[in-house]
Design a protein around this ligand. Sequence first.
Ligand SMILES: Nc1ncnc2c1ncn2[C@@H]1O[C@H](COP(=O)(O)OP(=O)(O)OP(=O)(O)O)[C@@H](O)[C@H]1O
Ligand SMILES: [Mg+2]
Ligand SMILES: [Mg+2]
Length: 301
Amino acid sequence: MKIAMLARNPDLYSHRRLVEAAEACGHSMDVLNTLRCTVHIASHRPTVSYNGEKVNGYDVVIPRIGASITNYGLAILRQFEMAGVWSLNESVAIGRSRDKLRSMQILAKHGLGLPLTAFAHDPKQTEEIIRAVNGPPVVIKLLEGTQGIGVVLAETMSSAKSVIEAFRGANVNILVQEFIKEAGGTDIRALVIGGKVVAAMQRTGAPDEFRSNLHRGGSAKLIKITPEERSTAVRAAKRMGLNVCGVDMLRSNHGPVIMEVNSSPGLEGIEQATGKDIAGMIIKFIEDHAQQGKTKTKGKG
Ligand SMILES: Nc1ncnc2c1ncn2[C@@H]1O[C@H](COP(=O)(O)OP(=O)(O)OP(=O)(O)O)[C@@H](O)[C@H]1O
Ligand SMILES: [Mg+2]
Ligand SMILES: [Mg+2]
């Protein structure tokens, strides 16, 4: 198969591993810098150009779109989908997963466990939403944050109010969440491929850090998850419509709660913690499922 990977940095561990795994199975893979792709909108002939030349003949596209270029990247991906190229994760599903509030609304509707979450526009309601999530303490987070940046723990009413005011003043969208203290600065990442959890790890934050992100100095280790955690991860992936994703959960007193579903999960931490060939499994999934023109949503938005 001829595979295109939309990614900005071909040297990232995850991207190198995917290229390696594809080539080991006899496929060819080109890494296309998402920002150098251009879209040509003309009736009935959706095309993409790369560095000025028309992109042709790909069977599969693997989107690895960075959070900072979500909109542009999804426009490029939609164009591939409209041209009939099969995408590992579809643009519509990635779009859902990038907006935390939208994701939580979808997951809640289907009965998945989530931390109590609220948001409001009117500053007069700040106190009300803090109480609505049983706070303080509360966790305040940017709707489109990543790597734990823009995730703040506010322990008192006055600090929660001032953090919320500061974010509002900066004109960014936030949500306010119940603080799952019993998780103890630890979360679970379950990697789902094609409706199955293929690997799971536990991430623990640096000392004195409630955020467990590896980018924030956390460490990862292999973990055996419970059947309830497994089914939560599988259902979350299904409801988001993602073939491949990382489902992040906290162990709360009332069972697993989902924090987010990542549509471009990093492979380094999970391959190292579990010793599994995740890149190879992703390529295998592509071999078994990719079909020209079989993109479900066809970039419908
Ligand atoms: N409600 C909460 N209660 C307790 N801890 C939390 C809560 N929300 C987030 N955390 C901690 O903060 C970390 C970062 O939060 P979250 O995953 O929502 O942010 P992010 O910036 O999107 O990170 P990522 O890089 O994983 O996309 C989590 O991994 C978790 O350890
Ligand atoms: Mg995130
Ligand atoms: Mg996270």
